[in-house]
Design a protein around this ligand. Sequence first.
Ligand code: SF4
Ligand code: SF4
Length: 104
Amino acid sequence: MNKTKMIIGKKHKKCKPHKINPGAVVTEPGSSIINKTGSWRSLRPEWDKKKCTQCMSCWMYCPDCSIPVLNNKRIETDFEFCKGCGICAKECIFSSIVMIKEKK
Ligand code: SF4
Ligand code: SF4
């Protein structure tokens, strides 16, 4: 056994994994559909259809799949799931999306 393996071995002996409480366990698949992240939003992406070239960058980068596509074109943002992160506005090189303050 080389020196590196011996060090790891010693640390491992001190560790008692059976005493660690389980956490961050996803017990049911598809829970992100139930958790409507739109309620987190303090900013909202405002989309200007006239400036949009349908390049689909916003769709590709949106972390919440909140930009629906119909007939190969993006349509209005799904505000039930859009959390207002602003990534789409940052990625749109045609300035077709601006972030505005959310009205509650
Ligand atoms: S990134 Fe901008 S131009 Fe491209 S599809 Fe989205 S809104 Fe339209
Ligand atoms: S603000 Fe964020 S979550 Fe909302 S559509 Fe843009 S990229 Fe998606």
